[in-house]
Design a protein around this ligand. Structure first.
Ligand SMILES: Nc1nc2c(c(=O)[nH]1)N[C@H]1C(S)=C(S)[C@@H](COP(=O)(O)O)O[C@H]1N2
Ligand SMILES: [Mo]
Length: 356
């Protein structure tokens, strides 16, 4: 069990941005396996990790559900079990590359990871026709809470979904991550998984689901994780934007002329990536790389290309992805006050030098 006062166990493989609450990203160079091992999966907490006991944990179903009730973990485990691979990306991923600087965790490209998730479809938990006819949204409440200075009081971590997204068969309540019970920092014992959406939708330490007859206007729904965020009517962030990253060679690497293997990852939201292109001249010319097929619509795909370089010099590598719906990532994403959803193209500078 997690001690609510303890800091999350040290993750030697992560870059720690903050400890209270704990926020840590995965270095790009450590994204070396098809899925991210649990100990290397990025962590984005807003409050202290709550200490929950699986044997007494209960999920309460209320609000505009037709049949208010509670569900235990044993009951969840009796429902049809499914496993789905999905990437989780924080909307703040790559925020530090969106000039000028914005408030928030200054993530590099590491606020993203992927795992196989096991649990049940939320709609199998809710049953047929679960909500009153006037239900508009479904609210998900985490057990974690704390003082939020922008609100001036203690709040819980909570976020809503449109009913049709909540009832999508791929929206799941998950209790295993990469074949192990969910680690404490990733939502033990049960979290929501909205597989193609920015991570904020996937509420950890889930304890309550509530049908709502009005749009939810909580802090994390209407003041954070929104776009635009310049005072215009805010829309809560939903599906992830398409993007590619280069994992190897790393920015600043020194290599010898010859054949250089370039590798990376690409993902989108609710659909796979169709094409990744690589440029070795800062974006003037592009060629298509070898892209692995997707093992699920929601999970990243590895790609690889061989780059032949004869002459010494500094080169800028760029990779850009296009998903199966034809959405291609932009050269630069539009700046926004809170630095969200930056899917602008990454630049990786490589120094090609002959060995002395
Ligand atoms: N209860 C709760 N759920 C949460 C959060 C949180 O702070 N509390 N953070 C959200 C955000 S912003 C992200 S990006 C993901 C991060 O999931 P991870 O820590 O498992 O990587 O969890 C989401 N779910
Ligand atoms: Mo996030």
């Amino acid at each position: 069990m997690t001690d609510s006062k303890s800091v999350v166990p040290a993750h030697a493989d992560l870059i720690v941005l903050a400890t209270h609450p704990y926020v840590a990203e995965t270095p790009l160079a450590r994204q070396s396996e098809p899925l991210t091992p649990n100990a290397r999966f990025f962590i984005r907490n807003h409050f202290t990790v709550p200490a929950l006991d699986a044997s007494t944990w209960k999920l309460s179903l209320g609000g505009s559900v037709r049949l208010p009730r509670t569900v235990t973990l044993a009951e969840l485990r009796q429902l049809p079990r499914r496993t789905l691979s999905a990437t989780v990306e924080c909307a703040g991923n790559a925020r530090s590359f969106l000039p000028p600087p914005t408030e928030g965790n200054q993530f590099g490209y590491g606020a993203v990871s992927a795992a196989s998730w096991t649990g049940v479809s939320l709609r199998d938990v809710l049953g047929p026709d679960p909500f009153s006819a006037s239900t508009r949204e479904v609210l998900f409440v985490g057990a974690d809470r704390g003082f939020e200075k922008n609100v001036g009081t203690e709040i819980a971590f909570e976020r809503s979904l449109p009913v049709e997204v909540a009832l999508d068969p791929d929206t799941m309540l998950v209790y295993e991550m990469n074949g192990e019970p969910l680690p404490a920092e990733h939502g033990f014992p049960v979290r929501l998984l909205v597989p193609g959406w920015y991570g904020v939708a996937s509420v950890k330490w889930l304890v309550e689901i509530r049908g709502l007859e009005h749009p939810f206007d909580g802090y994390f729904q209407k003041q954070r994780y929104i776009l635009p965020n310049d005072g215009a009517e805010p829309t809560p962030l939903g599906e992830r934007r398409v993007r590619a990253v280069i994992t190897s060679p790393v920015d600043g690497a020194v290599v010898q002329p010859g054949r250089i293997e370039v590798r990376g990852l690409a993902w989108s939201g609710n659909q796979p990536v169709a094409k990744v292109e690589l440029s070795a001249d800062g974006g003037q010319t592009w060629r298509e790389v070898n892209l692995e097929p997707a093992s699920s619509p929601y999970v990243w795909q590895w790609w690889q290309a061989t780059w032949h370089v004869d002459r010494a010099g500094t080169y800028v590598l760029k990779a850009r992805a296009t998903d199966v719906k034809g959405r291609r990532q932009p050269e630069a994403a539009e700046w926004n006050l809170l630095g969200y959803a930056n899917n602008g193209i990454q630049s990786v500078s490589i120094d090609v030098r002959k060995a002395l």
